[in-house]
Design a protein around this ligand. Structure first.
Ligand code: NYM
Ligand code: MG
Length: 216
């Protein structure tokens, strides 16, 4: 426990596939720890749980699952870890999370499911204190290694996903109290890290109140 019993910060990194989220999330955790801030890396989907294994098989096209059903599994995968997130933050450890409910909405809505329907199963999950959206063009993302291995990693789908992320960003900044920041992820790794660190430093210097609930 930190001396003043201050809770940890909940930082989410979002973006298209190959936008550099995983690299940046890991780098951010290291940087936080070097600075003396206890931090933990999480990622969604968390493929290690029984629900996560079903999601993994679906993404690798080893199984076919109805669009609604897979959406609910992605959400259930967050709910099964929600109390873990709350406990971790309460203990004073910050969380850097590689994807969260915004990916859930963006990817499922891009398949044609209604936006509001997509949001509903995630309503009242712990809300991030800061969401960093790593913005990259689908063309540039495609050039990066490994693209195209999994379901959804198609330029056309990524284009729609990016549009929905943009709509979520607008709404988050207009109506919601948690902070959403867009970072240009087309820059080199170092420059992206620097932009992220600037945002995180200002978050850490502020006092975060109680954990908010998503979309309530
Ligand atoms: N994805 C991820 C969803 O469709 N819904 C969700 O709720 C989440 C968290 O899973 N293409 C998609 C986005 C990705 C895919 O994620 C696998 P990753 O970060 O590549 O392991
Ligand atoms: Mg991926």
């Amino acid at each position: 426990m930190p001396s003043e019993g201050r809770r940890g910060a909940f930082i989410v990194i979002e973006g298209l596939d190959r936008s550099g989220k995983s690299t940046q999330a890991a780098a951010l955790v290291s940087r936080l720890e070097e600075t003396g801030v206890s931090a933990k890396l999480m990622k969604f989907p968390d493929r290690t749980t029984p629900i996560g294994r079903m999601i993994d098989a679906y993404l690798r096209s080893e199984s076919d699952i109805d669009d609604h059903a897979i959406h609910l599994l992605f959400s259930a995968n967050r709910w099964e870890l929600a109390s873990n997130i709350e406990r971790t933050l309460a203990s004073g450890t910050s969380i850097v999370c590689d994807r969260y409910a915004f990916s859930g909405v963006a990817f499922s809505a891009s398949k044609g499911l209604p936006f509001e329907w997509c949001r509903s199963p995630d309503v009242s999950l712990p809300a991030p204190d800061l969401t960093l959206f790593l913005d990259i063009s689908p063309e540039k993302a495609k050039e990066r290694g490994g693209y195209g291995e999994e379901r959804y990693e198609k330029e056309e789908m990524q284009r729609r996903v990016r549009e929905i992320f943009a709509a979520i960003a607008t709404e988050a900044n207009e109506k919601e109290s948690w902070k959403w920041t867009t970072v240009d992820a087309g820059m080199d790794l170092e420059s992206v890290s620097k932009s992220i660190w600037r945002e995180v430093e200002s978050l850490l210097s502020a006092d975060h109140g109680p954990i908010q609930r998503l979309w309530t």
